[in-house]
Design a protein around this ligand. Structure first.
Ligand SMILES: Nc1ncnc2c1ncn2[C@@H]1O[C@H](COP(=O)(O)OP(=O)(O)OP(=O)(O)O)[C@@H](O)[C@H]1O
Length: 398
């Protein structure tokens, strides 16, 4: 008792020589250094993670903008639609900028795909009127698999693939699509005036289409085609251009629809390769296959122009002695008689010089030799001066 523990003898209070304070300070400093080191490691890790995230976001945004499109990605293949879309009915995602609709949503919008909503029946399925919201209606094309018909499947994939990428005022807009087990749906903007075929050859027999409207429709189609042939990279050939695939909105703006057979235009090098593999087949045979040239679309455009002028169907009677509208071409070259063979709905309603010019363009487009047919861009520029300014042409009416 009364003995002081040895550690206390070295207490600062004793006033004796004391190593205490320096030890504490060293320990504190070491602690501080460790903390600074940890803080540095944590903050630099955070910085790295943030930088990586920012880089990822930047790359994602760059790809998003690139994909949401002004041109065509040559590496893109229609098959990717199939793989990019799940077949679960509850999907609600977006593919690029195009939404994938849930089945239930389309079912409700079309009143369970009811008969009263049917707008038309095509060879591959039905077209329905649908209300996605209270304000506007859209159309839904419902394609059933047709007992595993791979052609329907291919056309669906092709159509969706192209319409995801092609955006133009004269090409029908796809608002979304969906794949649900055996059923496929595509949602389009509503084209209130239906197809050009219906306007020309339906109950109204062309009476709703004045000369000026017909010129506007021709210029609109040529603009859409010019976009496909000249502004898409690589160029796109529609391959199924006909009046039933030209749709008219409430202002009679014409838009090209149905991209089920569309394909990229074959480049010269690919053409040569194909010529090689097909031995002696002349290039014209390849062209007649309808696979490789934009001039096929120009021919089809010429046929539509003839329909607009003559008010006749592309093929008048679907029978053995059916006559193509192209057989009228020699009569079109007879200027004196031309006004007499026109569609009665427009007879005498146009400047004759304009009529001769449009007839000449139509004759050039339907020439048998594809290389003699003009480019669609030349066709467009010869029609624009015939269309009044307020309808999108350059004609000033004084
Ligand atoms: N977006 C739309 N708005 C209004 N009507 C449309 C629309 N799309 C198509 N139609 C009408 O439905 C008709 C059939 O179009 P659809 O594309 O379904 O035909 P299809 O299935 O390609 O038929 P086919 O193969 O026999 O030509 C068109 O001719 C047009 O009258």
């Amino acid at each position: 008792q009364g003995e002081i523990p040895s550690s206390q003898t070295s207490s600062p209070r004793t006033g004796a020589q004391s190593p205490g304070p320096p030890i504490v300070q060293v320990v504190l400093r070491e602690d501080l250094n460790k903390k600074i080191l940890i803080a540095l490691i944590v903050s630099s890790t955070l910085l790295c993670v943030t930088l990586v995230l920012l880089l990822y976001l930047f790359l994602w945004r760059y790809r998003y903008i690139k994909n949401s499109f002004t041109g065509i990605n040559p590496n893109h293949h229609p098959d990717s639609v199939k793989s990019s879309v799940s077949t679960k009915p509850t999907d609600s995602v977006t593919k690029g900028t195009i939404p994938v609709f849930e089945y239930q949503l389309l079912e409700t919008a079309t009143n369970k795909f009811s008969e009263s909503n049917v707008l038309s029946r095509g060879s591959r399925g039905c077209l329905y009127r649908a209300c996605l919201d209270e304000k506007s209606s859209v159309t839904v094309k419902k394609l059933d698999d047709g007992g595993g018909d791979t052609d329907i499947e291919k056309q669906f994939e092709n159509e969706v693939e192209w319409l995801c990428k092609i955006k133009h005022q004269n090409i029908v807009s796809m608002l979304g699509f969906g794949v649900y087990r055996q059923t496929r749906c595509i949602v389009y903007e509503m084209m209130h005036n239906g197809s050009l075929e219906c306007q020309l050859h339906g109950p109204s027999q062309g009476s709703g289409l004045t000369w000026q409207l017909r010129m506007k429709i021709a210029v609109d189609i040529a603009r859409g085609l010019e976009y496909l042939h000249e502004h898409c990279h690589p160029p796109v050939v529609h391959r199924d251009l006909k009046s039933s695939n030209i749709l008219l909105d409430s202002h009679f703006n014409a838009k090209i629809s149905d991209f089920g057979y569309a394909t990229v235009l074959m480049t010269e090098s690919k053409k040569l390769k194909l010529n090689g593999t097909l031995g002696n087949r002349a290039s014209e045979c390849l062209l007649l296959d309808g696979k490789v040239t934009d001039k096929n679309d120009v021919y089809s455009f010429g046929v539509i122009l003839l329909e607009l002028l003559l008010g006749k169907r592309e093929v008048e009677k679907p029978s053995a002695e059916a006559e193509s509208i192209v057989s009228w071409v020699p009569k079109l070259s007879d200027r004196a008689n031309l006004p007499n063979i026109l569609d009665p709905a427009i007879k005498g309603s146009m400047d004759l010089k304009h009529l001769y010019q449009v007839a000449a363009v139509a004759v050039l487009c339907v020439q048998e030799e594809p290389s003699y047919r003009p480019l669609i861009t030349d066709v467009l520029h010869s029609l624009i001066p015939l269309l009044p300014l307020e309808l999108g042409g350059s004609l000033r009416i004084l």
